[in-house]
Design a protein. Structure first.
Length: 216
């Protein structure tokens, strides 16, 4: 109980500080997005939150919009037309290299490399859907596919990782990120959820800027 209360206080204070500290980014990025490509400023994909609850996660849009049947849709529709690349995407741990992913805009590559696309998630933190530090916010099909791929043993690990609110940053982000295989990533998240340590949260927060710089 004490951990939950203290963590929530840290989340609210931290989200407010981030919102004020990065105010220039909140002004500049929407302008650059509109100049770079057509589409909304924010992308709000569905993610699996604490205890499996689905929520919409706020991000700066880093992907192109595609026209399908006369309607402009986000790049998630892209996979319907490129099934072979989608299979590679899944087999590669639900990711592609930025230079290999045709969905990403030129500005989007920069936003992802610097993790600036994640900043709007402070809105989710203030809404109580996310935390500053926590496990990765997984996509539901990703979890279903993992259970088929890795068998029953992964189900318990996934459940443990979902016992904590997903975070803007977390243990896997500061431990190698995309270089870590999917089953190891979720195991790291599950370990984090079991720890329930404010000191570990602070350690991850302090380590996050160095992890971001290392990707540049």
């Amino acid at each position: 109980m004490f951990y939950d209360i203290l963590k929530r206080i840290m989340d609210i204070v931290g989200a407010m500080i981030m919102g004020i500290l990065f105010l220039p980014i909140w002004i500049i990025i929407p302008i650059l997005l509109k100049l770079d490509s057509k589409g909304p400023v924010f992308y709000k994909p569905e993610r699996v939150g604490k205890d499996g609850k689905i929520f919409n996660m706020y991000k700066f849009r880093s992907m192109k919009m595609f026209e399908v049947e006369g309607k402009e849709v986000h790049a998630v529709e892209f996979w319907k037309h490129y099934p072979k690349l989608f299979e590679k995407y899944k087999k590669n741990g639900w990711k592609l290299e930025l230079d290999e992913d045709p969905r990403i805009t030129k500005l989007g590559k920069i936003l992802r490399q610097t993790s600036i696309d994640e900043m709007p998630q402070v809105i989710n933190v203030l809404r109580g859907e996310m935390s500053i530090v926590g496990p990765r916010a997984y996509v539901e099909p990703e979890l279903l596919d993992a259970k088929k791929r890795y068998g029953k043993t992964i189900a318990g690990v996934i459940k443990e990782s979902l016992s904590s609110q997903p975070g803007i940053t977390g243990p896997w982000q500061v431990s190698g990120r995309n270089e870590i295989p999917w089953n190891q990533r979720v195991a790291i998240d599950a370990d984090y959820a079991k720890r329930r340590s404010v000191l570990y949260d602070i350690y991850i927060i302090l380590k996050t800027p160095f992890a971001m710089i290392s990707k540049w």
